[in-house]
Design a protein around this ligand. Structure first.
Ligand code: G3P
Length: 217
């Protein structure tokens, strides 16, 4: 399973990138706001060291404008995936831009039928939002499972990019269900390494080591 990092914080991406944890990056208008950076500049900086897909989202609502924005974003670097919303205009944009050879990430997906129609429109990635479904007492992971079944039934090549990942269990469950990619904030990726018994065991080893009076270096 690939890890994309869901942030426009360049330092946080670099730290994980140096550990080999970054297969790609996703951004959205809220994350650009949080970064305090210009979208074109920050996206270019991310693409200068991340070689996998970097999603940059259009903000127009009409297909013609989305297509123009998408072409401008795609010109930043060859590894840009143009992110479009799951609306009819977004799907038209997806069809046109994927036809031009660009990667397209269709975002704000909340149903299996939306994922089906995005695949038909040639999406490279579909982004179902797990956390936001959980927020309204629906089951985000059920959606990932349904999309996996549908895509496998018909051999759709669209990759399932599980988004709105809020915790380490979401990552594990997505891996078990067979999501192709998870995009998670840096703190969630870091949390994957944590276990209370690891900390407890290390404390014990350190305490016993101190008692030996030995040194390795
Ligand atoms: O990239 C979109 C996404 O992952 C949103 O996450 O936590 O704002 O629902 P969240």
């Amino acid at each position: 399973m690939k890890f994309f990092i869901d942030t426009a914080d360049v330092d946080a991406i670099r730290e994980l990138h140096d550990l080999g944890m970054v297969d790609g990056v996703t951004t959205n208008p809220s994350l650009i706001l949080k970064s305090g950076r210009n979208i074109l500049e920050v996206t270019k900086e991310i693409c200068s060291f991340v070689k996998g897909p970097v999603s940059a989202e259009v903000v127009a609502l009409k297909a013609d404008d989305m297509i123009a924005e998408g072409r401008k974003l795609a010109a930043i670097a060859p590894n840009i995936a143009v992110k479009v919303p799951l609306t009819w205009d977004g799907l038209k944009t997806c069809k046109v831009l994927s036809g031009e050879g660009f990667m397209v990430n269709v975002t704000l997906c909340f149903s299996a039928n939306q994922a089906l129609i995005a695949a038909k429109a040639g999406a490279t990635f579909i982004s179902p939002f797990i956390g936001r479904l959980d927020d309204i007492n629906l089951d985000g992971l059920d959606l990932i499972g349904d999309i996996r079944t549908i895509y496998d039934n018909y051999d759709f090549k669209t990759q399932i990019l599980a988004a709105s990942i809020r915790n380490a269990n979401h990552v594990k469950d997505c891996a078990l269900i067979g999501a192709d990619v998870v995009t998670a904030p840096p703190n969630v990726i870091k949390a994957l390494a944590s276990h209370v018994l690891t900390d407890k065991g290390l404390d014990q080893f350190n305490a016993d080591w101190a008692k030996t009076g030995q040194k390795i270096l």
